[in-house]
Design a protein around this ligand. Structure first.
Ligand SMILES: *Cc1c(COP(=O)(O)O)cnc(C)c1O
Length: 394
């Protein structure tokens, strides 16, 4: 399909980036067919990241909800605490192969920034991370981690001073340093070949899950649920199941204060077709084309676009999307924490909250896999604050 997912995707970038994208595409396809490169990638996934992550049968949750069996794909157990490092690792190895010395990245909550600063430290690369000033205040611990890892964190002060602006700044910086720098994007977004490349570096989640569920249950699952920000952990777990038409693939977006309000990040539900960050996809924008401010309690989900392959898969009815509000996500967070002794990232808690609605209405012989995209340490302050506010309101 060459980066055009049936009209979604493409390369809507300044002329100056076109050659860099063409070169990147060429190198990426060469590398993915190069056994030496892939062997190195798999080696670090195993010994450095800690893969394979387990597919864990959440027996307490399943029993309490009284319906389908729930399995958790434990991406929270990866080094740096989320799925992001699968992709950051793949791209830094590609940068090394291309002889680049400098890494550029954007970050929202700081998870992708920390994963990128980590692999940049490991592979001895210079690293600059663009981060909205607002996000730097909200996620100061991640800023400290990136700096400790040797990265330079550059504050972005344009627009709402959040993720979307950070992507714009990172792309501009890449345009200015295109000869020396490699841009490591954090999700299945941006101009071709990024959505395809990031998907291929994240598909290890789905490849493992497919084998693990077959070993354990002797059959494929009925449902796979995953949270959707830009769409990388979901694309990673969905992709190896695309041809298995009986496996329902459901992405869970951030409903924020409700999809009927202006405070959400439900791009699939409320977005219109448009161009953002170099790609054609669904975007939360107004009639004039201006990107709307997005909101979610979960900083990793408040992105106003979505990966173009998701847009394509939804249009051909292969995947579907639901939304979960802040309040429901917090309930999901406490539920899995108490039932299973697993403190999830707030992003992942959105998928858990949807499993809480879905499992009870399914028969006991049905199987759901939830992608537990990350761990919750980074969200403790947010949860404490939310719980304090809601107990004051009682
Ligand atoms: C960044 C992040 C997400 C959302 O990003 P995707 O690209 O949609 O996967 C989800 N969960 C966690 C833990 C994250 O850090």
């Amino acid at each position: 399909m060459n980066g055009k997912f049936n009209g979604f995707g493409g390369q809507y970038v300044p002329e100056k980036l076109m050659n860099a994208l063409i070169e990147l595409e060429k190198e990426f396809y060469k590398a993915s067919k190069d056994e030496v490169f892939m062997e190195e990638y798999r080696y670090y996934l195993k010994d450095y990241v800690g893969r394979p992550t387990s597919l864990y049968y959440a027996d307490n949750m399943s029993k309490t909800l009284g319906g389908a069996k729930i399995y958790l794909k434990r991406e929270d157990l990866n080094h740096t605490g989320a799925h992001k490092i699968n992709n950051a690792l793949g791209q830094v190895l590609l940068a090394k192969r291309m002889g680049k010395k400098k890494i550029i990245a954007e970050t929202g909550a700081g998870q992708h920034g920390v994963a990128t600063a980590t692999v940049a430290a490991k592979f001895n690369m210079q690293c600059e991370v663009f981060m909205g000033e607002e996000d730097m205040h909200r996620q100061s611990l991640n800023v400290k981690k990136m700096e400790m890892l040797g990265a330079k964190v550059t504050a972005v002060t344009s627009g709402s001073k959040t993720l979307s602006n950070a992507v714009d700044e990172a792309i501009s910086s890449w345009v200015a340093n295109v000869e020396d720098a490699f841009y490591i994007i954090g999700s299945v977004v941006g101009p071709h070949p990024y959505p395809t490349m990031v998907r291929d570096f994240q598909r290890v989640i789905g490849d493992e899950a497919r084998k693990q569920v077959l070993d354990r249950e002797g059959r494929l699952p009925d449902y796979i649920l995953a949270p959707v920000g830009g769409g990388s952990n979901s694309m990673g777990i969905f992709y190896p199941f695309i041809e298995d038409k009986n496996v329902k693939l459901i992405g869970v977006e951030a409903g924020g204060l409700g999809v009927e309000t202006a405070y959400n990040a439900a791009t699939m539900e409320k977005g219109r077709k448009g161009i953002i960050h170099g790609m054609m996809t669904y975007v939360l924008r107004d009639e004039a084309g201006d990107v709307l401010p997005v909101y979610s309690i979960s900083a990793g989900l408040d992105y106003p676009g979505v990966g173009p392959e998701h847009a394509y898969l939804r249009d051909v009815s292969r995947t579907s999307y639901v939304s979960i509000t802040d309040k429901e996500a917090i309930e999901g967070f406490h539920f899995i924490t108490k039932e299973e002794g697993i403190i999830p990232a707030l992003e992942s808690a959105h998928a858990i909250a949807y499993a809480m609605k879905l499992a009870p209405i399914l028969d006991k012989d049905k199987i759901i896999i939830v992608n537990l995209s990350g761990r919750g340490d980074k969200d403790m302050d947010t949860i404490i604050e939310f719980d304090k506010l809601s107990s004051n309101n009682d």
